[in-house]
Design a protein around this ligand. Structure first.
Ligand SMILES: [Zn+2]
Length: 132
């Protein structure tokens, strides 16, 4: 029984947000951290984006997140969403941009997580060490 509940809990935490939920989440994050000033016209997952976690086209107000973020912790997905929302307000990565993101308390932690994912991808896949 508890094993089953654990499995359900694991599935629940890895549940993938749909595009509508993603848009709602973006709206909530914008309200919470940017006084609602970042208003995207569309927010969606894309599968053709393997070198970037997210991207934004300010002229269209569109935000795209890489499907590779699916299954990562919520605070990481929220960070990437906020990052792209911030680009609707400030292009580029200058001091004004990072000042906006300072409002989000887990920016550094999320950036560290994503750097770790990139580093792990580059590790050679060693055979299992069995400790003998
Ligand atoms: Zn950026």
């Amino acid at each position: 029984m508890s094993v089953m509940l654990d499995k359900l809990a694991a599935q629940e935490s890895k549940r993938v947000l749909g595009d509508d939920e993603l848009a709602e989440r973006a709206e909530r994050l914008s309200a919470q951290y940017f006084d609602g000033r970042a208003r995207p016209n569309s927010v969606r997952w894309v599968t053709n984006q393997n070198t970037r976690w997210g991207s934004c086209t300010p002229s269209e107000g569109s935000i795209r997140l890489s499907h590779r973020l699916q299954g990562m912790p919520e605070y990481v997905v929220d960070y990437v969403l906020l990052h792209e929302l911030a680009h609707l307000l400030v292009p580029g990565h200058g001091p004004r941009f990072w000042r906006l993101l300072e409002a989000y308390p887990r920016t550094e932690r999320a950036r560290g997580y994503l750097e770790g994912v990139v580093a792990a991808d580059r590790l050679p896949h060693l055979p299992d060490a069995r400790g003998d």
